[in-house]
Ligand binder design. Sequence first.
Ligand code: BEZ
Length: 382
Amino acid sequence: MAHVVTVLAFTGLTGTARAADNVRIGLMLPYSGTFADLGKNITNGFKLAIAEKGGKIAGRDVEFVTLDDESDPAKANENANKLIKRDKVDVLVGTVHSGVALTMARVARSAGIPMIIPNAGADELTGALCAPNIFRTSFSNWQAGYGVGALMAQKHKSAVALAWKYAAGDEQTAGFKEAFEKGGGKVLKHLTLPFPNTEFQPLLTEIASIKPEAAYTFVAGAAQVKLAKDYHAAGLRSRIPLYGAFITEGTLQAQGESAQGLLTVLHYADGLETPRNKSFIESYKKAYGGATPDVFAVQGYDAAQLYLVGLEAVEGDTSKRKEMLKAMENAKLDSPRGPLSFSKSHNPVQDMYIREARGNQNVMVGVAVKQLVDPSPECKMQ
Ligand code: BEZ
């Protein structure tokens, strides 16, 4: 069951009372199920950026309304409407699951309310569904798959893909295939299983019998721990190297030996030796009892940074929506991942780092693609 928890983080208020002057931020994210940790880390990152501003945006106090979307597309319409119509949030922030985010974007588009997507990669969000009020601080699914395909093409000639059967799995696999085949590789088979199923065994047996040079995968969250362990236990690691974007993100401790040495490609890496990243990690650890941030925390942090740019440009006056959205569109963020700007379709333009799992870190060992832009041909901004 979805439930609404009102957190009045930086005000003295309790319950659902609302001070007229507060900026109300709706966080619609998964706080249960396989993506629960992703939702938590996005929330932590978002709140940290606001806390670093003294808990205020352009001089106004901030209220958070959080809602567990359960990664359930069937509940997304009702949940997004609750936040907008009942809770009257000023901005909708969410979510992780592509299918849920697609419905949220339709609701946000018709309400005209600003929406910032801190993870979900559905290509349409910054493609056919693009809109002046919809922004993404994470990646498009095409981008995430493309980065991995570019790396794998440098090393292998054939591969099998294994992915959840929904927008994220289909689109990331398509991005992977495009880059891999452009580099001379061949995808022998695209194996799928329903989200959030983790019955990998029959698919691993099939991979072993196809004997590709390598395997590409998209599953995420808690499920990726099981996949890495099952893959390792099946004896496939040494014979058919496993790659992906997310497969080791935030889960290295739980994966143990099964993930050591895995190569992944994402727009953030633990070992980025920039002063910005170092200060972000330090600040995050201090705020959250020593916890280390991952890409999801960075995406949440940057979602807040983007909103800050918009609201500060209008001195906190949310009624000046057009001016605010313009400022967000032109934002140049100092992100822990590196400088971050946005394409015409409001999707990040970013370097895709090659990372190697060593101990509990995804250490940066190179760049797969510099400043990767999703061309978003379907986006007609109006
Ligand atoms: C998605 O549904 O878009 C997604 C979920 C988890 C990680 C990456 C993408």
